[in-house]
Design a protein around this ligand. Sequence first.
Ligand code: ADP
Length: 617
Amino acid sequence: MFPRVIMKGTLIKKSQQKKRTSPCNYKERMFILDTQDLKYSERRPGKKPLEKGCIQLSRIKCVEIVCTDVPIPCTYKYPFQVFHDTHYLYIFAPDNDCRQRWVRALKEETKGNSLVAKYHPNFWMDGKWRCCQQAEKLATGCQVYDPVGCGSKKPLPQLPDPKMGMQDPEYQMVVALQDYTPLGDNDLPLQKDQEYILINNCNADWWAVKDDRGNTGFVPSTYVAEKFGSNFERFEWYNKNITRQDAEILLMKEGKEGAFMVRDSRQPGVYTVSVFSKAPGSNGEKNPRVKHYQIRQSETGQTAFYLAEKYLFSTIPELIHYHQHNAAGLITRLRHPVSQDGGSSQETVDTAEDHWEVDPQELILGKELGSGQFGLVLEGKWRDKKVAVKMTREDSMSEEEFKEEAKVMMKLSHCKLVQLYGVCINRAPMCLVFEFMENGCLSDYLRAKKGRLSQDTLLGMCLDVSEAMAYLESSNYIHRDLAARNCLVSKNNEVKVSDFGMTRLVLDDQYTSSHGSKFPVKWSAPEVINYSKFSSKSDVWSFGVLMWEVYSEGRLPYENRSNAEVVESLSTGLRLLKPRLAPDSVHLLMDWCWKEKPDDRPSFALLLHELASLADM
Ligand code: ADP
């Protein structure tokens, strides 16, 4: 009898390191679960997938999610484990729903096996189990394994006692920073921005909360923030006992553009953000200097915190997170948290310091490739590599911002991002040295190949971009100008995302202000046009437009309409029409990216997953 396929999809697997010397790596694989085996294979464009591994289901002894506190080094952030023979296979899913589906299906198929009685809920790492510290990989687990139920059997604090853990006789409220889907029976689902009553915060990782219908349960503590709380000690930007003067000394000493901290104001219960900048002030203030912004509370309707009017948040951590990505009224974006007892926590950025400068003597410039926002783009040679060199016009960007942003961009590295090799500062004009992309920009490429692109190619292009964007999303990095013109095509026709972070460097108001003539209105989400509120979800909107460009083979979106007409029609709910070449499944994804509310749009992790499953079909 032939095996019947139960599930398939793209997941990331960690190497099993069966030998001590085998490398630790993370690879994207197509997984297929059938009634006999769990198989995984490598996808190869234009060829049959190559099988890389096969585990007989009868050899599996445990399948369970992994609950962990360690950062996950690949783009998919939801791990689960398959323990078979004497090996642990760690697999990463793009979202929790997908992980639950795999774990449930695998448990169902293996429930008749000879299973472990206990398992390890956390990773085996650096020679020991992170859950119980045992140093023997095959040591018996530390938590009871449930072969049917799906979820974490985490050590829970005592049953919620409404009086315990509450310092204040009044209720302490928390606000959900993001959605949470329960992993076990004792958990409570969270809905972003909803408020909950905090019942118990004795356990550092899991807090007990109650929702407005009286249901109680546990939630991860990092998913919520105390509404009126001052318990910010877990955040690196908070300094408890520091005077205004000491804060200034510390920040001036740090001397980095955007070095900042949050401290207690003299007024009890009020907080101040202090931030260092070298940027020239509009009213002749001396620079460099430290500016102090009090975090204000508006009492209209719901309590809301803000630094700059228009940008209201229900908690202080949310407000700080937002201004870490957007200056939005502040003198500069909050770039480097500084704390009294550790200096800047961004030291890692500086370790790259000597690697990001390109020696002008090593760089040979060649013919012109095109011209862009900052000036000319030239072909070049650097250390025997063909490169693209973006020259900057003297007046097109601020030098300080340029260096800071270039350092961040250097740290971003993914096979679907056009790699920045370094910057040349000690020559005028300054220039950026990029990986060379033989086939030029995606919009031109699409137009040139019009009528000759297969469905697989079109989908593959969207998939490439979604991979890069899922990586940027997981790095908390916002692109801000995603469009086909800002993607490039390699020699092997792979599409890579370029120009990430470049808009921040542009000084031209026509480009950065949503009212400017060069602002990419037709690619921008409504909240960006109306309030300059950039986020990964505003990038998702632009990605929807990019998919439209791909399936329209390089046509301009809203071809015959002005920016003002586009804004008007978007507000009445109108959207770009389905391109002739787009299958319904792809058009549905586009429409999903163009939901009015950012939270209703999918994440890039989810888009990547959806596109990958379309590619598997
Ligand atoms: P900007 O983003 O500054 O407006 P672009 O990135 O659009 O500039 O670059 C202008 C042109 O230069 C592109 O259309 C493309 O043809 C060429 N180009 C830019 N970067 C590269 C690269 N890494 N490899 C090859 N060509 C490039």
